[in-house]
Design a protein around this ligand. Structure first.
Ligand code: SAM
Length: 251
């Protein structure tokens, strides 16, 4: 059978295309990509010429059976998005699921991912983290999704949260996060990662919301929000247990 290879590409700095990623693209029978112009330009930079097949949000459902047919016939196909790791807020999930269901081999060449890079630079606990991706653009739907996350936190979820956001919506998204999750939550906005004007701004959600209400964000951004502070005062049973522990430890 053929092979589907998910290939991570740079998120801004072209130096981040790995030798193995380049080889996977070069040796593919065809490269499935979000935007043939973007991937075509990347390949052209490296003197690579491979047939490109568009696979994006709007045609993924229709393309999947065709692609599965090609893989079943023995072709080696690569999947690349415009930037970063395929499937991560990018097309490909349906294809991967279909390939697995058809018993076809799938592999990946790992590489750049804005969410992971933002988490590692945020100064916030790296795990557990919850990758939310893009919130809905409309205020009501966004508030509902944030409300759901807050409810999960009330029920015990304690994770660092990671959001992708469009720069022109950053200020209102931060305000909505502060409102739903709490303005005192530690957070970070990671902007233009791997690029010339890379910047990570850290502060509480309220501080970051206030900053971006006054300063226009340019370029691409990831918002990272630290986990909520431990819940309310400990109950009596817990205090007893802690006291016993402390006595046993001879404190
Ligand atoms: N698949 C990509 C990945 O692995 O990171 C993400 C694709 S998603 C369509 C694009 C979003 O990712 C942007 O709106 C932004 O939130 C984030 N992003 C991508 N590149 C970035 C960068 N260089 N700096 C900061 N955020 C970035």
């Amino acid at each position: 059978p053929g092979l589907l290879t998910l290939v991570a590409t740079p998120i801004g700095n072209l130096g981040d295309l790995s030798p193995r990623a380049l080889e996977a693209l070069r040796s593919a029978d065809a490269v499935l990509c979000e935007d043939t112009r973007v991937t075509g330009a990347l390949l052209a930079r490296h003197g690579v010429s491979v047939p490109l097949v568009p696979l994006h949000e709007h045609n993924e459902a229709a393309q999947v059976p065709r692609v599965i047919g090609r893989l079943a016939a023995g072709e080696k196909l690569a999947l690349a998005s415009d930037a970063g790791t395929p499937l991560m807020s990018d097309p490909g999930y349906r294809l991967v699921r279909a390939a697995i269901a058809a018993g076809l081999p799938v592999t990946a060449v790992p590489g750049p991912n804005a969410a992971v890079m933002a988490v590692t630079l945020s100064g916030l606990p790296p795990h557990p983290f919850l990758f939310v991706g893009f919130l809905p653009a409309r205020a009501a739907a966004r508030a509902a999704e944030l409300g759901g996350l807050r409810a999960a936190e009330r029920a015990g979820l304690r994770a660092t949260l990671v959001f992708y956001e469009a720069p022109h919506r950053l200020a209102e998204a931060l305000a909505a996060m502060a409102e739903a999750l709490g303005g005192d939550r530690p957070a970070a906005v990671a902007r233009e990662l791997t690029k010339r004007f890379e910047e990570v701004r850290r502060g509480s959600l309220a501080e970051l919301a206030a900053w971006y209400a006054r300063h226009e964000a340019r370029g691409e951004v990831v918002v990272v929000v630290g986990p909520p502070a431990p819940e309310a005062p400990a109950g009596e049973a817990e205090l007893d247990a802690r006291l016993r522990e402390a006595l046993a430890a001879g404190i």
